[in-house]
Design a protein around this ligand. Structure first.
Ligand code: DX5
Ligand code: ZN
Length: 228
């Protein structure tokens, strides 16, 4: 069953970012992390412009959706012109689309993007990079279904966690419980407790999950969730 973003219990969710999956065996990799207890499949979309890397587009998302009709697809758009991609990713089966505040001109544009995403039947998230002033999202964060604080400079998996991102956990007390607070980048069993204690309720991880042998992934996901 798909997780509900507005789960009133606020139970921690874990998203497995397929950026670190073995792309030659993507279906098996997704099946494995879902079996291992991942709540979301986190789909990292990079355009070679907003970030200095290319990753995957709607065709990959659609393939995952076809093979896993019940999986929750958390699409993280690290792109310069997010509005161009909402429709293609909605058609490709996204459940949630998160775009970056740094890719928006101002509050009005960000809110228009959220409205468009919802018109397409998806949940809307807004992401903020480590160096960006939190004031950029101050007036709009509560209008989203999810706020994503990056804990690396986006572009690659396997980077070191930036501890200053923990400060963003204070948003938890300011946001309604219906808004999820996600963290992404350098997340692993060694820092998961600090992250949850700081206020985050949704943890995305790539290398910490896919970098481990199949038999160990359920344990990693349980540790991220704080269930072990
Ligand atoms: C970073 C991506 C992250 C990345 C996380 O640009 O948005 O989702 O895949 O990778 P790890 O967990 O290895 O830092
Ligand atoms: Zn991501």
């Amino acid at each position: 069953m798909k997780p509900k973003l507005d789960d009133p219990s606020g139970a921690p969710y874990v998203g497995a970012s397929i950026l670190s999956a073995d792309f030659a065996r993507l279906g098996e990799e997704v099946a494995d992390v879902l079996d291992a207890g991942a709540d979301f499949i986190h789909v990292d979309v990079m355009d070679g412009h907003f970030v200095p890397n290319l990753s995957m587009g709607p065709a990959v998302c659609a393939g995952v959706r076809r093979a896993f009709p019940d999986a929750y697809l958390d699409v993280h758009l690290m792109v310069s012109d997010p509005g161009h991609w909402f429709e293609p990713f909605a058609q490709a089966g996204a459940d949630l689309m998160t775009f970056h505040v740094e890719a928006c001109e101002g509050d009005a544009e960000a809110l228009a993007h959220a409205e468009r995403i919802r018109e397409l039947g998806c949940a809307a998230g807004i992401a903020i990079n480590p160096p960006t002033e939190q004031a950029r999202i101050a007036w709009i964060a509560d209008r989203f279904d999810l706020v994503l604080a990056m804990s690396v400079i986006p572009g690659y998996s396997g980077q070191a966690f930036m501890p200053e991102a923990l400060e963003r956990g204070k948003l938890r007390a300011e946001l309604p419980s219906s808004v999820r607070l996600e963290i992404d980048g350098g997340v692993g069993p060694e820092n998961a407790r600090r992250i949850r204690d700081a206020g985050f309720d949704t943890l995305a991880a790539a290398s910490a999950i896919f970098g481990r042998p199949i038999g160990e992934r359920a344990g990693v996901i349980a540790e991220l969730r704080g269930a072990s």
